[in-house]
Design a protein around this ligand. Structure first.
Ligand code: 9RB
Ligand code: ZN
Length: 384
């Protein structure tokens, strides 16, 4: 016990820098001219300049980080393009080959799900996105930084072992986890995904593997609508190491914090990972057009703090936040900066939209929300 606490102290002394990844090319990701799908003449889907996943939303997050004074408290980490070897730790060659083909076309193309259009050069940006996740992870594990936020794009959690989908090309958190295991030698990694959509790709990749604990908090039946149920628990060696928390629509800070308190934190304490990766999407925010949840900037900040405190207790503070989705150009920057402020432990700005979004009832836990979290809590018995 004493040896353990000395080890933690040494870890803490090594760095108090907070890493931050952003690359301008993340905002060059061309999502096409449609609203969510490609624009379509027959379907009367009009072209629009702002696709739902237009990267401007994330560019605005970075700009708020820069103008809020947070950048002075952060240490920039340069994203280095992931290699094919990095990608192939978690994906089949089919995923790479498909993206290589589409990305080389002048006009880009569909990744194969009929929804996700990506433009020319998407592959290069996807390598940089996954590479940003790797670089942060590498520095968190080696203690060059104590914690950090990788504001990367495109996102990753829907990309399965065999298929890019739902705006996701490579599964960035999984690429980072596999790097931590295979290259850095970690034995246990946890991925906690608070994006409003189910992390089906991450679940798929680690389905039969107990060396990566996957937890997804998401809006029930949102996307994909046929996965994310509590009954999906992994198989074989991986049984018990996948936890889904499908929250009913309308859940806000209270539901998420209850889920953290009852399931996420106890699961992490039980599993004792050497690294925690947070899949940090902001589409559970109260202003998001693609979700129907009610989390506020302060609500995200509380979850981030709970996760950071837990990391200090179980893995010497090793925690890396990696960007997933989020589609409110107005509100996402405030949610993002709130999480960054949880890491820097220094508030330079507040939530300027709280007057609009506060007081809508999301701070009260409702019985049907409690019920589902309590149901998942019972599944922790199979986690070791
Ligand atoms: C489907 C359609 C979507 C909708 C939302 C996302 C968000 C992903 C994300 C991706 C694809 C349409 C299933 C339109 O933020 N993940 O974290 N596609 N939606 N038509 N159909 C049949
Ligand atoms: Zn999402």
């Amino acid at each position: 016990m004493q040896a353990q606490s000395q080890h933690l102290l040494k870890d803490k002394e090594m760095s108090n820098k907070i890493g931050y990844v952003w690359n301008t090319l993340y905002s060059w990701m061309d999502t096409g001219s449609g609203p969510v799908f490609a624009a379509n003449f027959e379907a009367k889907l009009q072209p629009i300049s702002h696709h739902m996943a237009h990267p401007d939303t994330k560019r605005r997050f970075n700009e708020l980080v820069c103008t809020s004074g947070q950048m002075d408290l952060l240490t920039s980490i340069k994203a280095i393009a992931a290699t094919d070897e990095d990608i192939l730790r978690v994906h089949t060659p089919a995923v790479l080959d498909n993206l290589k083909r589409i990305s080389g076309l002048a006009g880009g193309g569909d990744v194969g799900d009929g929804i996700t259009h990506v433009g020319n050069g998407a592959l290069n940006i996807a390598y940089l996105s996954a590479g940003g996740a790797i670089e942060l992870t590498k520095q968190v594990v080696s203690r060059e930084v104590s914690t950090g936020y990788a504001l990367i794009n495109p996102p990753g959690h829907h990309a399965t072992r065999n298929q890019s989908m739902g705006f996701c090309l490579f599964n960035n958190t999984s690429v980072a986890a596999a790097y931590a295991k295979d290259v850095l030698g970690l034995k246990r990694v946890a991925i906690v995904d608070w994006d409003v959509h189910h992390g089906n790709g991450t679940q798929d990749i680690w389905w039969e593997d107990s060396s990566v604990l996957t937890i997804s908090l998401h809006q029930n039946l949102c996307l994909p609508s046929d996965s994310g149920f509590t009954s999906e628990r992994g198989e074989g060696e991986g049984f018990g190491y996948n936890l889904n928390i499908p929250l009913p629509p309308g859940g806000g800070n209270a539901a998420y914090h209850y889920a953290f308190e009852k399931v996420v934190i106890p699961a992490l304490k039980k599993y004792q990972p050497e690294l925690i990766i947070i899949g940090s999407g902001f589409d559970a925010s109260i202003m998001d057009p693609l979700g129907r949840m009610m989390v506020t900037a302060d609500g995200f900040k509380t979850m981030a703090k709970m996760a950071v405190d837990c990391a200090e207790e179980v893995c010497g503070g090793r925690i890396a936040f990696i960007q997933e989705g989020g589609y409110s150009p107005q509100y996402l920057p405030f949610c993002g900066v709130a999480v960054v402020q949880a890491l820097t432990q220094c508030d330079t700005i507040g939530d300027s939209l709280i007057g609009l979004v506060g007081g809508m009832g999301g701070d009260i836990l409702l019985e049907h929300e409690k019920q589902i979290v309590d149901e998942v809590e019972k599944l922790l018995v199979d986690l070791h």
